[in-house]
Write a protein that binds this ligand. Structure first.
Ligand SMILES: [Zn+2]
Length: 313
């Protein structure tokens, strides 16, 4: 290779390196709109400063009760990419966006994750008017997929792929960001496994307000007993509460858990039965509005694991 040739190749490579980010920067920032606080975090981590990420379901808000405002609908319609929880959590979305003519792509992330669970089959209540939340056919999908770290790893790569499709020039940056985030998730996964291994399997019984921890239970060998089935509001069935109290006494369960976005009265109905106490408050339906324990996914997960283990050990 001649000295001249090498010189020109060097110049060319230097020029390319300088021009590629400049080209990428001229594309307008991706507009990503999310309907799940964990997806808001993933989108911000992966897309970085090259996107505006708008989380419509705010931290600390019950996603089961969320309804989009007219301004939210405008954001959904104008977004390049909409990230929804999926698994029927956003039952309103399909009708809403097809009616309004959304211009971007809607990804139901939960519909694509590797582990999808169904909600537990509720026992048929004895009364003449069984509450709706506990009378399901049992084949409803459980939308709380983010409590499995493996699913969140998958979701991160899915978001990386979607961003890359829309802005191929930024592929390397998305890949780097996704890898950095995934490394934190792998660390969290092995930490959680080590911590939970210290809790004897017989103690792995989780009594919570609503059916949100199925994926966590599957990953770490817990059995879930929820007070109110899938519902995050309304009164629990009295007969079901009596059964839970029996179970707490029989199994000598030491603690029950409240949830950050659910009325603590629900779990209050069990306190004192067989000496059971409040083990703490878990983040069931997404990240928290306050700084600290529930402010990001890793902090939320660590808080949940520490609270559960500390109270049941
Ligand atoms: Zn929920």
């Amino acid at each position: 290779m001649s000295t001249h040739f090498r010189f020109f190749t060097g110049i060319l490579l230097a020029l390319l390196a300088a021009v590629t980010p400049a080209l990428a920067a001229t594309a307008p920032a991706l507009r990503i709109v999310t309907l799940n606080t964990v997806l808001t975090e993933i989108a911000r981590e992966v897309a970085g400063e090259n996107a505006t990420v708008t989380g419509l379901v705010q931290p600390g808000v019950d996603p089961h009760e969320y309804e989009p405002s007219p301004a939210d609908i405008k954001s959904l319609v104008e977004a390049d990419l909409v990230l929804a929880s999926g698994l029927h959590l956003e039952g309103y979305l399909e009708r809403l966006v097809s009616g309004a003519g959304a211009r971007g792509r809607i990804v139901y992330v939960g519909d694509a994750v590797p582990v999808v669970l169904t909600l537990p089959v509720a026992p048929a209540p004895a009364g003449p008017n069984p509450p709706a939340a506990r009378s399901g056919s049992g084949d409803e999908l459980d939308p709380h997929w983010w409590h499995s770290i493996g699913n969140v790893l998958f979701a991160t790569d899915l978001v990386r792929g979607e961003c890359t499709r829309l802005r191929p020039a930024l592929a390397a940056s998305y890949a780097r960001n996704a890898q950095a985030y995934e490394e934190r998730l792998f660390t969290l996964q092995s930490w959680a496994a080590r911590e939970i291994a210290t809790l004897p399997p017989a103690r792995r019984q989780l009594v919570t307000s609503h059916d949100a921890f199925g994926y966590f239970a599957r990953d770490f060998g817990f059995t879930i007993h929820s007070i109110n089935g899938y519902s995050t509001d309304g009164e629990p069935d009295a007969r079901h509460v009596a059964e839970l109290i029996d179970l707490i006494r029989r199994e000598k369960i030491k603690a029950v858990f409240a949830e950050s976005t659910v009325n603590p009265k629900l779990v209050g109905s069990l306190l004192g039965a067989g000496g059971v106490r409040l083990g703490g408050t878990l983040y069931a339906d997404g990240l928290s509005a306050a700084d600290g324990d529930g402010a990001n996914y890793v902090a939320m997960y660590r808080h949940n694991v520490r609270t559960i283990i500390g109270a049941l050990r």
